[in-house]
Design a protein. Structure first.
Lengths: 239, 137, 332
């Protein structure tokens, strides 16, 4: 398989290893593989990696990188060359297995105020929309936008619905929704224009946890439909 | 009239006592002897060492550099100079800053009067004790 | 050392170097907008540079000191006064318990930094005391200061304790400032008027020649809709050569992205790590502190800088701060 890439400077302390120009599980796989490899082999001055749709950003402290390289080259050259080495070294290694994460969701009514709209938009019943949504397995491409927010791919076009014309000022935390061909959830309350079809019973973001985000890039996400009673039980709320 | 010998004796006596000040009036002649500031601990900074000075009115007094450094007439390149010839100063007036190792120290006049002459230029490197200003007290 | 908030000001949040290593959790860096002023504020009171300071925006808070405290105020000149008397900036200041610090008109800059010897006693969240207001993370209870808040310090170092004692024993009703100070060259009028250095953005080539020419020759105004997340600019519209299917990619502090309306946004300290708009340029690291001090209404222009030069300027900034650190150590 051809592994073509470009190494591009973003800022004095960030470079981007770009694997392609579109959203594809294959590009994402390469970005995640390099991310894991760099995290396992941190270099002097390394700060962190960020997976995006088209590649991997590597962040570092230019002063520390320069010092370690005895100030012969600039930081971008030093880290860039290292990334090329890493890409070669990791080529023969197996991929890390993806986690399958199941998220229990209470669909419709008070938790999914836009489910009715989505259903009528497509001439489907609400149950049919839910069936299609829970029938999918979604690749988490990356986490961004806000804490714990997953960019999920692979949603069925049959329920793809445009964003609301008037965004809501505050979407409740853990809301699950649809925006165009995208599906995902809001771990925290934020303004937004997504069509909200349900609410997750589990936290998607916990600042006190070792890994504050429930999901990570590479996860395969499935949704499970639960009743209001089960939702309230999981949340520890009174019935 | 009190003699020199008597004055010397009085000074010795005062010094040995816990009194700070002795005032004697003899007819239309009065004598005041006062102890120096020995109570407070000496703090080793240049401005403290210089202390307050008293001057005869009309005298010319020099403001000397309390440390080595680069002389600047203003707080920053775009600010007005702290003082000019003719500026009135009191003991707390900041007259210039001296820069060393990128730290700027404010130099106060430590006397009251009017700036008569500025003896150095902006950017000059000055030595400890070098006269910077002449002040007419 | 401590104070109570009598009134919070426009937007006062605790900020340090920022949260690093959590962008994969969607938790971005945050951190001080003007990192130079933050670091100096800490050095002046003998704190580790990485300590948090209170970042004060435009209209400052009213704070009542509840203990004798050694502070320093750096960054923008927001006319600080203690018990009605003007306080000099950029130097250690010993404040007597019971005194009240207030801020008046904004004379220069946009953001002031208030450090306290011993640092601010708030919990570390994901390795940092920076406040990310949107995520309710860190700083003082994950939010900007409010009336009634009480902030205490950690243990001050011996330098700070001695300096506080020395300044107060010289006699002070409300406060006594040291007679020496540091200079913040990036805030001089000359520096603030210089064009902002930029690197090429990842999608710079997608913009029209005319727009690239405008970017490097025309002026842009920082609008009122500018905050810690981003500075929205107004000026010539920057347009793409052709419609681009933009895919969300990395963005960092200083990334200049351009939405469909052509009005560029410079992403600032609270930016998200993923951005969905084309990136035309990247503000160089050495110019971010002074950019952070430019108020809404300021007109700016850009100048392209090669990566090598940008890196050199950043390292020069580090060298300056290092030499100041050494000088301050000698003061102790």
């Amino acid at each position: 398989m051809e592994n073509s890439y470009q190494i591009l400077p973003v800022s004095e302390g960030c470079l981007y290893v770009k694997f392609g120009e579109n959203i594809s599980p294959e590009i994402n796989r390469q970005a995640r593989k390099l991310s894991n490899y760099v995290e396992k082999h941190p270099f002097s001055g390394f700060i962190e990696t960020v997976v995006s749709y088209t590649g991997l950003a590597v962040l570092y402290s230019p002063g520390v990188v320069r010092k370690a390289g005895k100030n012969k080259l600039n930081a971008f050259q030093i880290v860039g060359e290292l990334m090329e080495e890493y890409l070669t070294q990791m080529g023969s290694l197996p991929d890390e297995p993806s986690r399958v994460v199941e998220i229990p969701v209470c669909y419709g009514e008070e938790y999914g105020p836009d489910l009715e709209y989505v259903a009528s938009y497509h001439g489907l019943s609400q149950d049919e929309v839910v069936d299609i949504h829970i029938g999918g397995e979604y690749l988490c491409y990356m986490i961004g936008f806000c804490p714990g927010f997953p960019y999920l791919g692979g949603m069925d076009e049959r329920i793809a619905t445009p964003r609301r014309e008037t965004p809501r000022l505050a979407i409740p935390a853990r809301s699950i929704g649809i925006a165009g061909s995208q599906t995902g959830g809001y771990p925290i309350s934020t303004p937004g224009g997504w069509q909200i079809i349900g609410r997750s019973a589990v936290d998607m973001y916990d600042p006190a946890a070792e890994h504050p985000s429930l999901l990570q890039a590479g996860d395969l996400v499935r949704f499970r439909s639960i009743s209001v009673e089960e939702y309230r039980e999981i949340r520890g709320e009174a019935l | 009239m009190i003699s020199i010998e008597e004055i010397k004796d009085l000074m010795k006596t005062l010094d040995a006592s816990s009194l700070q000040r002795l005032e004697i009036k003899n007819g239309d002649c009065s004598l005041t002897i006062e102890k120096g500031n020995s109570g407070k601990a000496m703090v080793a900074t240049p401005s403290a060492q210089r202390g307050k000075q008293e001057f005869r009115s009309g005298a010319m007094v020099e403001i000397k550099a309390p440390m080595v450094g680069t002389f600047y007439a203003a707080a920053d390149p775009e600010a007005e100079p702290f003082v000019e010839v003719g500026s009135a100063v009191n003991p707390d007036t900041v007259v210039c800053v001296l820069e060393a190792m990128k730290l700027f120290t404010e130099v106060t006049a430590d006397c009251g009067g009017e700036i008569a002459e500025i003896l150095v230029k902006n950017g000059d490197f000055v030595e400890y004790g070098q006269p910077l200003f002449k002040v007419k007290v | 050392m401590s104070f109570k908030v009598l009134s919070p000001g426009l937007m006062s949040t605790l900020q340090d170097f920022g949260r690093q290593g959590y962008q994969k959790e969607g938790v971005n860096n945050s951190g001080a907008m003007d990192i130079i002023s933050l670091r100096l504020a800490n050095m002046l009171v003998g704190n580790d540079e990485h300590e948090a300071a209170l970042e004060i925006t435009l209209a400052g808070p009213t704070l009542e000191f509840t203990a004798d405290t050694l502070i320093a105020i750096t960054g923008a000149d927001l006319s600080p006064m203690i018990d009605g008397i003007s306080v000099k900036m950029n130097r250690p200041v010993a404040v007597v318990a019971g005194s009240v610090l207030k801020f008046g008109g904004c004379l220069k800059g946009c953001r002031a930094y208030l450090s306290m010897a011993g640092g601010y006693d708030v919990p570390m969240v994901m390795g940092s005391k920076s406040t990310y207001v949107r995520g309710s993370v860190g700083g003082y209870q994950g939010r900007a200061l409010a009336k009634g808040d009480v902030l205490g310090s950690g243990q001050a170092g011996s330098y700070a304790r001695h300096l506080l004692k020395y300044l107060l024993c010289k006699g002070a009703r409300s406060f006594r400032a040291a007679s020496w100070y540091v200079s913040l060259p990036h805030l001089s009028g000359k520096e603030m008027r210089r064009p902002i250095g930029i690197l090429q953005g990842l999608q710079m080539g997608a913009f029209s020649d005319e727009s690239l020419h405008d970017l490097l020759t025309k002026q842009f105004t920082i609008t009122n809709a500018s905050d810690r997340m981003g500075y929205r600019l107004e000026g010539p519209r920057l347009l793409l050569k052709e419609q681009l299917e933009m895919i969300s990619e990395i963005a960092v502090f200083g990334t200049v992205q351009v939405p469909a309306d052509g009005n560029p946004i410079i992403l600032m300290a609270d930016h998200q790590s993923i951005a969905g708009y084309p990136k035309i340029a990247q503000v160089i690291g050495a110019d971010l502190p002074r950019l952070a001090q430019m108020r809404p209404g300021t007109k700016i222009s850009f100048r392209e800088v090669p990566l090598k030069e940008a890196e050199e300027q950043l390292l020069e900034m580090e060298r300056y701060l290092s030499s100041l650190k050494i000088a301050l150590k000698h003061k102790a």
